[in-house]
Write a protein that binds this ligand. Structure first.
Ligand code: NAP
Length: 305
């Protein structure tokens, strides 16, 4: 009998994982924030995944956080700013051998979650898959990609990666997951805030080459200082390559601000600045960028944390 996959957060990535696991015949349960969300979900009857224009419907059972059933495997698919609080509400349900997969972007939330549940194994993930919600309980699979999973304190891969293979979820076990997460965070810091401040697509940053280059120098210094030299290698070249390759796209932070959604700034640029301060590293361009972004968010009445 397979272990049940509990999915915390039925948003974009939660739905993308839940529907593929369920489609492979694996047991899946969705954990929703409260009774009102559960009732709304039950009225819809299930989740819809839209792939290449084709919609498929999956009647996955749902429950609330306070359901008493024990949890052995939990996929945490909330935003970084919700993860710690949501997991703390489930801590009492976790079995002694529980394992959590943390899908959050950026850094900071994973350690905060792990500290809440010291008895559990926390596996950090970094994903290049893309999905968005085009309605309640309905998600569009927008960009095929890869998910790297790893555990900095325990190099052995879990046996249940077979479930991901069976579900067609492209993945790889990574011995250096923190390096991957830091590299992604650095790319994000060099691109996303500037697209918000300059009100442009990623390609618009070609007009701001010097600003991007100065940020890359400071980000590389930070990565070296916090023991991630591999994440600093050729950072500027990769940032420029990403800007070229995604020139027509709006960054995720740009889209969040445009849609008046809360950003994950504290776990991206905010985390970079906080770690620099902890290392007594003076990074004036990065600090200025954070200050300008916070001001920009506050002027629009959006949360700046
Ligand atoms: P999302 O669509 O906003 O989904 C988050 C879900 O978490 C929502 O359904 C929300 O519930 C739920 N949630 C929040 N607090 C909860 C609680 N206490 N109990 C139960 N559910 C709770 O977010 P997402 O785009 O999937 O992103 C999740 C993470 O993956 C983020 O860190 C993001 O940066 C990262 N990521 C996303 C993508 C992507 O393409 N979407 C790609 C790579 C990485 P409600 O529906 O009730 O609000």
């Amino acid at each position: 009998m397979s272990t049940t996959w509990h999915i915390l957060g039925a948003g974009s990535l939660g739905t993308l994982w839940a529907t593929r696991l369920a489609r492979a015949g694996l047991p899946v349960r969705l954990i929703l924030r409260d009774q009102a969300r559960l009732q709304a979900y039950q009225a819809a009857g299930g989740l819809t995944l839209v792939e290449q224009g084709q919609a498929s419907f999956h009647a996955i059972p749902g429950e609330t956080l306070d359901n008493p059933e024990p949890i052995t495997r939990l996929l945490v698919a909330c935003k970084a700013y919700d993860a710690q609080q949501a997991v703390s509400q489930l801590a009492a349900r976790l079995t002694p051998d529980a394992e959590l997969v943390l899908l959050q972007n950026g850094l900071g939330s994973q350690d905060a979650v792990a500290a809440q549940v010291p008895q559990a194994r926390c596996i950090y993930a970094s994903s290049t898959e893309g999905a968005f919600r085009d309605g309640d309980w309905r998600v569009v699979f927008a960009g095929h990609g890869y998910t790297w999973l790893g555990d900095a304190s325990h190099p052995t891969a879990p046996f249940w990666l077979d479930d991901l293979s069976a579900s067609g979820i492209p993945h790889e076990w990574s011995a250096d997951i923190l390096t991957r997460l830091w590299r992604k965070l650095a790319l994000n810091c060099a691109i996303n805030p500037l697209t918000v401040l300059h009100d442009c697509r990623n390609g618009g940053l070609l007009q701001h080459h010097c600003e991007v280059a100065m940020l890359c120098v400071e980000l590389s210094e930070l990565l070296e200082r916090c023991g991630q030299p591999a994440a600093a290698e050729n950072l500027q070249q990769e940032v420029e390559r990403v800007i070229q390759a995604t020139a027509a796209n709006y960054s995720s932070m740009y889209q969040d601000v445009a849609s008046r959604r809360r950003t994950e700034i504290s776990y991206l640029l905010g985390h970079a600045c906080d770690v620099a301060a902890r290392h007594q590293l003076h990074l004036p361009n990065l600090s200025r960028l954070r200050r300008l972004l916070v001001e920009h968010l506050q002027q629009r009445g959006l949360p700046s944390d």
